[in-house]
Write a protein that binds this ligand. Structure first.
Ligand code: SF4
Length: 253
């Protein structure tokens, strides 16, 4: 199947079945989303949603967070991954918001990346979710699912995946495609054992095609037989060698 067709089926399927996909992080302002996305690096959205209500209540504005100490912020986020670093990043980010950006979250990806704790992925999330910019953030789910489906070819880095997705997806779907890929990766196309048996994308998924074609199944079956025969042979040789040992002991006694 041509890559172009995979893209078409991908957009058609999700536009029809998940036309309103959004982030699972809870927030009510660009500032809160920025905090939540910084915290979500290497952590689950569920965990972040558990800690942010108290954090947002204590630090409702960039000004309040900018004057906090990382030690105090730490007490609110101790249960997320890397709380020490993230506490420092949050305070540093708020200070930059206040001192450089007039207390407003900037919309430009390069400006966003100047703040502590904000990498390309976080900047793309903010740009696309808050400002509806034609950008797509590539996290571990997006990276894996795009590769498996076959939306990308030999893309070995998040930036390479981002470039290919931006090149091939219709511009107006970039922001939502990020959520489609994340949600699909979180619940169906999971990292270790993708749930292909319940996946609605099998008919255009490259990974499925490669692992479930007749040839692939025959190859897997042949491998299984080979392994079973080797195990049988090993068992037989062990028992012959035991028997020979026993005979030699009997003979010498
Ligand atoms: S068919 Fe399997 S590998 Fe392909 S997207 Fe679905 S779950 Fe992932």
């Amino acid at each position: 199947m041509l890559k172009k067709e995979r893209y078409r089926y991908f957009v058609e399927y999700f536009s029809k079945h998940q036309p309103d996909a959004v982030t699972e992080l809870h927030y009510s302002s660009p500032f809160e989303l920025l905090i939540a996305v910084i915290l979500s690096a290497q952590c689950t959205d569920k965990r972040i949603n558990q800690v942010t209500p108290a954090l947002f209540e204590r630090f409702p504005t960039p000004q309040s967070l900018a004057t906090a100490t990382p030690e105090e912020v730490f007490t609110y986020i101790r249960s997320v991954s890397y709380p020490n670093n993230k506490a420092k990043h949050l305070v540093g980010m708020a200070q930059m918001l206040v001192n450089i950006f007039g207390g407003e979250v900037p919309s430009d990806i390069n400006e966003l990346q100047k703040m502590p704790g904000v990498g390309r992925k976080t900047a793309n999330v903010i740009a696309s979710v808050v400002f509806n910019a034609p950008a797509i953030a590539v996290d571990t789910h997006v990276f894996r699912v795009a590769n498996r489906i076959g939306l990308t070819n030999n893309a070995r880095s998040p930036l390479a995946v981002e470039k290919q997705l931006v090149e091939n997806l219709p511009q107006e779907t970039l922001a939502i495609a990020h959520h489609w890929l994340i949600l699909h990766g979180r619940y169906i196309c999971v990292a270790r054992n993708p749930k292909c048996d319940i996946c609605p994308l099998t008919w255009f998924c490259r990974y499925y095609e490669r692992t479930h074609t007749e040839a692939a199944l025959l190859k897997a079956e042949a491998e299984k037989i080979k392994k079973t025969q080797a195990a049988k042979r090993r068992k037989m040789l062990t028992s012959i060698s035991k028997e020979l040992k026993k005979r030699s002991v009997d003979k010498n006694s």
